[in-house]
Design a protein around this ligand. Structure first.
Ligand SMILES: Nc1ncnc2c1ncn2[C@@H]1O[C@H](COP(=O)(O)OP(=O)(O)OP(=O)(O)O)[C@@H](O)[C@H]1O
Length: 736
């Protein structure tokens, strides 16, 4: 580390996050810093070069050589191979007997054809000369019968003689040799017609023993061609309550197609499609044609639901993915929430609220998380959250929608404030323009993770109550959509987590702009594939993920498309998950625990602390942030009465006042149009904060000239300021 003499390390810097951080300050005093050492940072977590010994080279070759069988490389594969061998040995007597019987049948069939001179007879028939050749064929048949009788007689004689002379031992040996010959004759051969037995019992188990059945299933499902075959990468092994196998498809066949046509494969394997999990193996160990399959013994979701593990924990770190549910293979699926947002969609009574509450539970158990909960279902489901939430409301009236608009405006202002403050923080505390775990827990910085839960978000999004936004009436729902889109886009980096649940995941209700910026999606059962795509994303049904195919009885089961890694793997696009079961009493316990944690940490604020403050609305800042609309006075338009001459100016300008319309309007034009006295008009406009400015405009002769006038942005701000003053004092309360 080198140092500049004019700069010293101020060891008495203010403590940040409990630790003293060195801060650089200018100082004229020269401070001795001891010897100056020069060094280099080495990251010893990276793979370091190792000496290549003969043993290492051999081990490397052994592990990578395609000539060494897989069961000699991996312990689980060896165990499975031993099990398969034991099963094969136990089954061998039956298989042998079966082969001998088939050999006898094949032999007898062959003999019948020979004795009836079938080939000659057929040829004669085909050339329509059977009548001519009849005598000849008959003689030959008689002769062959005689040969057969003679052979039998000779064999019987030989058996009798051998028995008399040498005893029964040679006969046993001959019998054994004959049975081997018959078993070879009757062995199962690919493509031998009439020799492939119909499979009895569940095919699920058969393919684990006989890979040929798996190949046939792939062929039947038209995932590979008639002449193509599969390569087993890993033989079938027992994993959880099912069987797992990894296969390589023939060249040019795609694993994505197998995932897409899982239903056909499930049918070919005679299992329900919920029992079959097919995933493309990605990354280093995989390629575009490698598929990992897992087939459950029974419907994995018919088991009783599992309670959330959060019940047993005393606290949770919101930065850790929250336990969300379990997949069919019973792997735990955790959902990362910070730095992303979540959309939950389903038809009624499928477990949306339960899923959203699971996400909330993890955040509630972190005392540093600030919660905004808006329950437009207006039921009891979210009531317990009122004990921990900074802002809470439950209801589905227009006044609740207007209150939500105020919350969102407050949050947009909050996000902007956080970005401004982050810009001023040094690189040690804030390395990027993103909230870090330490920052979120530093009360001096006041940037806690802020989670916004909106249940039945379609209610505010469809609300038609007109609100005046920058002098123009817009439906409240449209404005909520814009604010949510902005928050979902910019909020995550500033520590805002949006969780939206909707009963109507259709394209009209959830604006496409909003959907596009919601990082994580969870689709429980919906009516058709279009709705499923709206929640999960475009074309997801063609990639094999369609939540309309989930069964109605599978409550809490949905397709999760996470924004980040899950236990199913970082490269897995989506997984079917059954959420943990968290009934109301567990939810209440968690909320009480969250309250106790907040009381202990001194972070209980707002509604939960009995201080329902009005949202802080920085309308001008929001106007700049949202861009398209400007400042949002969240009161119904008809309730606003603009004073003169502002009302006349707004009327006169109409749509031209909108952003994207005129930039300024000359004073002379207004005076003439409104027929007002110029000095009084100027004074009244000044009272509303509109001061005339000089603007350069091109004149009729082509030259630029200066004109006095008003900026339309100033007029818009004046309108919004009046609207803000006319907000009904009860209209913005948190819990109306
Ligand atoms: N993981 C789960 N395991 C088992 N049952 C569940 C699970 N999640 C939800 N359920 C059941 O599904 C029912 C409906 O859940 P929930 O109230 O969350 O549905 P919803 O989709 O929010 O319904 P609505 O649209 O009517 O508000 C619950 O009463 C619960 O019994």
């Amino acid at each position: 580390m080198t140092t500049d003499e004019n700069i010293s390390m101020n060891t008495a810097a203010e403590p940040v996050n409990g630790a003293k951080l060195p801060a650089r300050t200018d100082s004229r005093a020269v401070e001795h810093v001891g010897p100056v050492l020069d060094g280099e940072l080495i990251d010893d977590t990276l793979p370091q070069p190792r000496r290549r010994t003969v043993r290492r080279r051999f081990v490397r070759w052994w592990l990578h050589s395609p000539r060494v069988p897989l069961w000699l490389k991996s312990r689980p594969q060896a165990v499975q191979a031993a099990k398969d061998a034991a099963v094969a040995v136990l089954r061998s007597p039956w298989r042998y007997c079966g082969a001998v019987v088939r050999g006898v049948v094949v032999g007898v069939r062959w003999w019948r054809l020979w004795v009836r001179v079938a080939d000659y007879r057929m040829a004669a028939e085909e050339s329509e000369k059977l009548a001519d050749k009849f005598t000849e064929i008959r003689e030959l048949t008689l002769f062959r019968w005689k040969v057969t009788g003679a052979v039998f007689a000779v064999v019987a004689l030989v058996v009798a003689v051998v028995d008399l002379v040498y005893g029964s031992d040679p006969l046993w040996i001959a019998g054994a040799a004959t049975s081997v010959a018959l078993a070879i004759l009757g062995r199962r051969r690919d493509g031998s017609p009439g020799r492939k037995p119909a499979l009895a019992g569940p095919r699920t188990l058969t393919w684990t023993m006989d890979p040929q059945v798996l190949v046939d299933a792939f062929r039947d499902a038209k995932l590979i061609g008639k002449d193509e075959t599969l390569r087993l990468v890993e033989r079938a092994t027992r994993v959880g309550d099912g069987w797992a196998v990894m296969v390589d498809l023939p060249a040019t066949r795609k694993a994505a197609d197998v995932v897409k046509h899982r239903d056909a494969l499930a049918s070919a394997l005679a299992v329900d499609e919920v029992q079959l999990i097919a995933e493309r193996v990605r990354g280093n160990g995989g390629h575009a044609g490698r598929v990992s399959m897992w087939v459950a013994d029974a419907d994995p979701y018919s088991k009783p639901p599992v309670r959330t593990p959060l019940l047993g924990v005393s606290r949770w770190d919101a930065w850790r993915p929250v336990p969300f549910g379990r997949d069919a293979r019973d792997r735990r699926i955790d959902l990362p929430l910070v730095w992303t947002s979540l959309l939950v969609g389903a038809i009624p009574r499928q477990g949306k609220t339960f899923a959203a509450r699971l996400a909330a539970a993890g955040l509630i158990l972190d005392a540093w998380v600030r919660l905004y909960v808006a329950d437009f279902k207006a039921g009891k489901d979210w009531d317990a959250a009122g004990h921990v939430a900074h802002r809470f409301m439950s209801g589905d009236e227009p006044e609740h929608v207007l209150a939500l608009v105020d919350w969102l405006v407050e949050l947009v202002g909050e996000v902007q404030g956080r970005f401004r403050r982050m810009r001023d923080l040094d690189d040690v505390i804030c390395p990027e323009s993103k909230v870090t775990p330490d920052m979120s827990r530093d009360s001096a910085l006041d940037m806690p993770i802020t989670a916004v839960f909106i249940d039945e978000v379609q209610v505010p999004l469809e609300d038609r109550t007109p609100v005046v936004v920058q002098g123009k009436k817009v439906p409240a729902g449209e404005y909520v959509g814009e604010l949510l889109t902005w928050l979902a886009k910019k909020g995550p980096a500033a520590g805002i987590v949006l969780v939206l649940a909707t009963q109507r995941p259709d394209s009209k209700t959830i604006p496409s702009g909003l959907r596009a910026v919601l990082g994580s999606r969870f689709a429980l059962r919906v009516m058709d594939w279009r709705d499923s795509n709206i929640v999960l994303g475009e074309q997801m049904n063609t990639r094999g993920f369609d939540s309309s195919r989930l069964l109605p009885s599978h409550k809490g089961v949905g397709i999760l498309r996470p924004d980040g890694d899950t236990a199913a793997g970082a490269d897995v696009l989506a997984t079917t998950v059954r959420t943990y079961y968290m009934p109301n009493e567990d939810w209440q316990t968690i909320c009480q625990q969250g309250r106790a944690l907040r009381e202990a940490a001194g972070t209980l604020t707002g509604h939960a602390a009995g201080q329902d403050t009005r949202p802080v609305l920085d309308r001008v800042a929001v106007a700049h942030a949202i861009g398209s609309r400007g400042t949002p006075p969240t009161v119904p338009a008809e309730r606003i009465e603009l004073p003169e001459p502002l009302a006349a100016v707004v009327d006169y300008l109409g749509d031209e006042l909108d952003e994207g319309g005129r930039e300024f309007v000359p004073t002379a034009e207004l005076v003439e149009a409104l027929a007002v006295e110029p000095t009084a008009f100027g004074r009244q406009m000044n009272d509303h904060g509109c001061r005339p400015e000089r603007f350069r405009v091109p004149g009729e002769d082509g030259r630029t000239k200066q004109v006095r006038g008003y900026a339309t942005a100033d007029i818009r701000a004046a309108v919004d300021a009046v609207a803000a003053c006319s907000v009904d004092p009860g209209g913005g309360e948190d819990d109306p």
